[in-house]
Design a protein around this ligand. Sequence first.
Ligand code: ADP
Ligand code: ASP
Ligand code: MG
Length: 436
Amino acid sequence: MKVLKFGGTSVGSAQRMIDVANLIEGNRNIVVLSAMSGTTNSLVEISEYLYRKNPDGASEIINKLAIKYYEHAEQLYRTSEYKQRGNELIACHFDYIRTFAKDLFTLFEERVVLAQGELLSTGMMNLYLQESGINSVVLPALDYMRTNKNAEPDPVYIREKLNKLLDEHRDADLYLTQGYICRNAYGEVDNLQRGGSDYTASLIGAAIHAEEVQIWTDIDGMHNNDPRFVENTSPVRRLHFEEAAELAYFGAKILHPTCILPAKLNNIPVRLLNTLQPDAQGTLISNVTEKGRIKAVAAKDNITAIKIKSGRMLLATGFLRKVFEIFENYQTPIDMVTTSEVGISCTIDNCKRLDEIVDDLKKFGAVSVDADMVIICVVGDMEWENVGFEASIVNALKNIPLRMISYGGSNYNVSLLVKSTDKQRALQSLSKNLFN
Ligand code: ADP
Ligand code: ASP
Ligand code: MG
């Protein structure tokens, strides 16, 4: 059995949904759907109005979104019976969203509102498949996808519940399920964070020991650079799990950063495919390394660099621990680290506790902060005994000021920190020098 995940743009219009239906029918696979494109953003906006106790603002967006769905249903279904069933489904979800304008609005209600996008897309697709004579079954994610008290997925619970559901519906032609949404350890509706449908797919893949996890989106695989900033990028045919994880973590939006781990742990290949070009080869992510090749570049925005300069670091033991403990105390993860005998530079992407961190760090030396930075991450098989790859990376960036350079944490990545104003130039120059 395979797990096929279709993102927002892949189900974003009636025609796209029909194309997806054509791709999935005939195979007894599990199909994970995101909300239709733009929906989760609208639901976030609705929630913001409700937090601010502005029901009229919320209402305006709810009505606009509902109209989009009614139009979608009108184009999607052929018979009046299914048009009516589609309209009833839409009315049911939007009436429910409207009820939240009346009461206290908290994080709990927000998560319920955010869940409606995936519930709608799977409900609508299920009706379309049934209208086409396919015996599809919706496996409700809220019945099996669960996180524990640390907000991490609970693989044992997921495996047991999901396999039980599959067993109960052994006769189905195919299974549909919602990406992104789950319940937390307290049984409340929750989610796997924005973009988390990719994570749903790989968690399901791990739970059922799937033959393959396929992530279907609007581009033909992982490109060798970010196509939103660089022209003429091209798809990378094969990636190692580690390479894909680094690229996803450092900004390649095509893949959610959490998606790779469950697949890697269970050695399940992940294939990135294009709904608009279903025959294109895409990218295969597995445990195979292509020796000595630089594969791709990605960039992670909104990075802040912090430097602590201290004479006390010289020959001292425990200095790094004391510094890192401060970040830990404020629950702020560090991305990049570089050290010298008299100081440390590290980067964070969550600045909520920056002032407190800087105050505490001042105990150890002079502290300086550079905001608005970007981590550029170059990924490939860069085993340290291979010569030349660092030189070609740094040479490609010879005209750009580099605030930090980091290599040696893994064999798969060289990271460089630049000003956000230099990001596009850096990405373009790396493409030109490494791939052309
Ligand atoms: P979905 O809605 O299907 O989950 P996303 O928008 O999350 O799709 O991801 C697909 C987008 O990722 C592409 O349209 C592309 O603009 C962007 N992207 C960023 N970096 C890369 C990359 N290295 N390779 C391919 N796509 C990338
Ligand atoms: N619908 C959710 C989002 O837009 C999850 C996803 O698409 O993966 O973030
Ligand atoms: Mg995505």
